[in-house]
Design a protein around this ligand. Structure first.
Ligand code: FAD
Ligand code: DLZ
Ligand code: SF4
Length: 507
């Protein structure tokens, strides 16, 4: 039976279910660069170059493995610009008896796959994505009718299921989580490792040329481009992280430093999310480094938790709760996204640092996404939909299944606590403790009122005042509200006015 095997741009794994048991003498693998996927949000230019170059390299490696590949380039004059139409074109061209595809990462495209099952006149098999540790059904069974879904409990079940960092029935070292050891600030004289960059080859240079000619209205710098686009190079990036960065990943996981875009972070999410690396091999590499005495337990557990815990959890949550999940706005936040999110031009040095890294690299590390740009959006009361659009657009690793829960649930608390037990709101004091940004800033993190007062301070207190009715009953907000109650009405009014003045200046 001749089968057409459709591989989407984030399914670049030889272990993919739809590539197994193929008859290479008859079957066709279809891959298509399409306008619709390149523009459903105006992705960062580096993301476009990354996805298209990785797709082209993957097609070449499939051909080397003996597969027949029908690869449609974006600038092919016959390209219809749409995955469904490209599939129909390929069906007419190759006359397959069946189509096989793996379930898609976003609801938007997953619904497209389901429409093929209904509308095409031949069988379409949609296979489970085996590259995750848990299936969508396993997560929704775990979630059941629970009102709040804490990652920590899901993560423990995943440790038990996979045996990762387990000592029999018990967690390695006796505790499930070593985060208390992972809150160090980076000493001023400490040098962080130089990161591996990959020189663009001919294929990538061609793609960069194509992207350059079509993406004027997209965000970010296209060059210099240094991401890995092949499995071999992604494996080299993994090797570099495990041997050089992992040992100190835990200690400085929450730290931020002026002009330091990467710290000890893995820079592996782009490769994991399009399939150049699998979650299983990455976690196993980390565990092996720990077992060999090359990485301490706090770092290894912290790193594995991000992938085995958070990454699996957000995917499960996304499919269990969508589409209703996206439309909630528990804090009724409606402000427009300030223009400086697109330019990085602001006197707030922490914001400028995070946004400029985002423009330069299509990347900002987790604590910048959560506690700088995310925290600001939360306490400034920006509309969740506007913030979600920004995060989906600006990062090289952004796909809705992973972006949306992180933004809607973790950062904006728009789901009213399904994901996070309390909003991650913080004042300038937190940023000052975890970074050296404030030393280079126009504003003073110690001041609450006045021209030089750090905007995060008044916004933080104003956030508590504005959302008092909604948050005061939350036991985890007891301390912030106790601190607020120590201020008299005059002080509270002054803070609200200071925040309002700042917010007005943004408009
Ligand atoms: P490290 O910090 O070194 O972590 C290692 C790996 O753990 C990552 O590669 C990633 O696969 C996984 N991971 C860590 N934290 C999370 C998390 N919260 N959710 C899911 N996986 C996690 N991650 C994306 O892959 N795509 C996104 O679009 C995305 N948007 C985010 C938006 C916000 C507001 C926040 C707070 C987080 C977001 N994250 C997203 C999660 C996390 O910030 C990135 O995965 C991480 O910064 C990627 O860089 P790294 O590989 O250096 O990660
Ligand atoms: C992200 C992306 C982009 C930019 N372009 C394509 C493309 O041209 N063809 C394709 O098959 N996939 C692309 N992708 C990845 C898809 O958008 C991805 O499969 C869905 O977002 C589901 O996760
Ligand atoms: Fe950011 Fe405030 Fe520190 Fe400036 S003073 S870097 S705005 S936290």
């Amino acid at each position: 039976m001749k089968v057409l095997r459709f591989i989407l741009g984030d399914q670049l794994s030889l272990s993919l279910a739809s590539l197994q048991y193929a008859d290479k003498s008859t079957d066709i693998v279809l891959m298509a660069e399409v306008h619709d996927e390149a523009t459903y949000v105006l992705h960062h230019k580096q993301k476009l170059a990354f996805v298209f170059s990785a797709m082209r390299h993957f097609a070449l490696s499939l051909e080397q493995q003996g597969f027949k590949v029908d690869y449609v380039k974006l600038d092919d004059p016959l390209n219809t610009g749409n995955l469904t139409e490209e599939l129909k074109r390929a069906v007419n061209k190759h006359s397959p008896e069946k189509i096989i595809v793996v379930e898609s990462g976003e609801l938007r495209t997953d619904e497209m796959l389901q429409s093929w099952q209904k509308d095409l006149l031949l069988p379409v098999d949609i296979l489970e994505d085996g590259r995750f540790f848990s299936t969508r059904k396993e997560f929704s069974d775990w979630a059941g009718t629970k009102k709040s879904l804490r990652m920590e409990f899901f993560y423990r079940d995943m440790r038990r299921k996979t045996g990762l960092l387990m000592s029999g029935e018990e967690p390695e070292g006796g505790a499930w989580n070593y985060d208390v050891e992972n809150r160090k600030t980076l000493p001023a004289d400490k040098k962080t490792p130089k990161r591996t960059r990959f020189e663009p080859d001919e294929v990538t240079l061609d793609v960069i040329k194509m992207v350059k000619s079509r993406s004027d209205n997209h965000f970010g710098d296209l060059e210099p481009f240094g991401w890995a686009v092949t499995r071999d190079d992604a494996l080299e990036a993994l090797d570099h992280f495990i041997t050089v960065c992992l040992p100190e990943f835990g200690d400085y996981q929450d730290a931020m430093k002026q002009n330091n875009d990467f710290m000890y972070h893995a820079l592996l999410s782009p490769y994991l999310n399009i399939g150049l690396l699998t979650a299983k091999e990455v976690c196993e590499r980390a565990e092996n480094a720990y077992k060999a005495g090359e990485a301490p337990l706090n770092a290894t557990e912290g790193f594995i938790r991000q992938i085995l815990g958070w990454r699996e959890y957000v995917r499960g949550l996304y499919f269990a709760k969508m589409p209703a999940y996206k439309s909630t706005n528990a804090l009724d936040a409606t402000r427009k996204l300030p223009a400086f999110y697109w330019t990085g031009e602001t006197d707030m040095n922490c914001m400028a640092q995070a946004i400029q890294s985002t423009k330069r690299n299509a990347y900002a590390h987790h604590i910048q996404r959560l506690m700088i740009t995310g925290n600001f959006a939360l306490i400034a009361g920006i509309s969740p939909a506007e913030v979600e659009n920004w995060y989906l657009l600006v990062y090289i690793d952004a796909y809705e299944w992973v972006e949306l829960p992180n933004v809607h649930g973790m950062v904006m608390w728009a789901d009213g606590g399904v994901m996070a037990s309390k909003p991650y709101a913080a004042s300038g004091a937190y940023i000052n403790r975890m970074s050296d940004y404030c030393k280079h800033c126009y504003y003073d993190p110690k001041l609450k009122i006045g021209e030089k007062a750090c905007p995060f301070n008044a916004l933080y207190w104003n956030f508590l005042i504005q959302n008092k009715n909604k948050l005061k009953g939350n036991p985890r907000m007891a301390m912030p509200y106790k601190n607020l109650s120590r201020m008299d009405e005059e002080q509270q009014t002054a803070l609200s006015q200071q925040a309002q003045m700042f917010l007005d200046s943004l408009a």
